[in-house]
Design a protein around this ligand. Structure first.
Ligand SMILES: [Zn+2]
Length: 247
């Protein structure tokens, strides 16, 4: 029951994340004005803003002008709802669970903005790094040194790649790597980077095979880093324990 409540809260948070994704890249306020239709500018009523349900009830179109609402709106609401539900299953209603929800919200916004704009915003990454540093001394099953080492490895590995393959990795990716390292610590960061590279390689390989992209097309790496981080935040500890137990 409580998991369902977390998922519902997650979908509502996802609705707010959509607004952040729309406004933050162009430097607009996320507080005012109220949400409106991108096409006709009509202010949305409360009934238009029920996460997931409004989108389905309106069949993905504006009530007034019938222009399609981007499918991403629904995907972000569903994904945030599902993630918050999974976080509750894993961490219960604990402080650590709330912290992972905050990290997940940041990672979702960063992932989608990087996909849509090829940018990773400092004004999101810097506060995320500050939060991760501020909570570092209080992490239950990790020392301060492990957290800082995680951040240094995340930053260092991506910086090294950026130096070896100029153009492949941006400063935004490097700072995101530092945040992820602080968020998951050591050895979690090794797992997060591993997932990111495997996923990035697989997906760009498939896109290339399907001729959707060319061999030299640049691919935003931030989304893969975010996915690797989310997987590690949720299941890193059990995975690492299982790995260690195999000797
Ligand atoms: Zn409209």
């Amino acid at each position: 029951m409580l998991t369902l409540a977390f998922a519902t809260v997650g979908a509502a948070v996802g609705s707010f994340l959509n607004l952040c994704i729309d406004r933050l890249p162009r430097g607009a306020s996320i507080v005012t004005p109220r949400s409106s239709c991108d096409a006709c500018g009509r202010r949305l009523a409360a009934v238009d803003m029920i996460p997931v349900i409004s989108y389905v009830a309106l069949r993905g179109r504006c009530r007034t002008c019938h222009e399609p609402i981007p499918r991403r709106v629904l995907l972000v609401e569903l994904a945030t709802g599902a993630l918050f539900g999974l976080i509750h299953l894993r961490f219960g209603a604990s402080l650590q669970g709330v912290l992972v929800c905050v990290y997940a919200a940041y990672l979702i916004v960063t992932l989608v903005i990087d996909l849509e704009h090829r940018r990773i915003l400092n004004k999101l990454t810097y506060p995320a790094i500050v939060v991760a540093l501020a909570v570092a001394p209080f992490m239950p099953d990790r020392s301060l040194l492990q957290t800082l080492a995680g951040g240094a490895i995340g930053l260092g590995v991506l910086l090294l790649i950026a130096l070896v393959y100029p153009g492949g990795m941006g400063m935004g990716d490097i700072k995101l790597g530092a945040f992820i390292g602080l968020a998951v610590g050591l050895p979690g960061i090794l797992l997060a980077l591993y997932f990111s590279f495997v996923l990035g390689g697989l997906i760009s390989g498939l896109l290339w095979l399907a001729r959707i992209i060319g061999r030299r097309d640049p691919i935003a790496f931030g989304p893969f880093l975010a996915l690797g981080a989310l997987t590690t935040l949720l299941y890193g500890d059990p995975l690492l324990r299982w790995w260690a137990s195999r000797g």
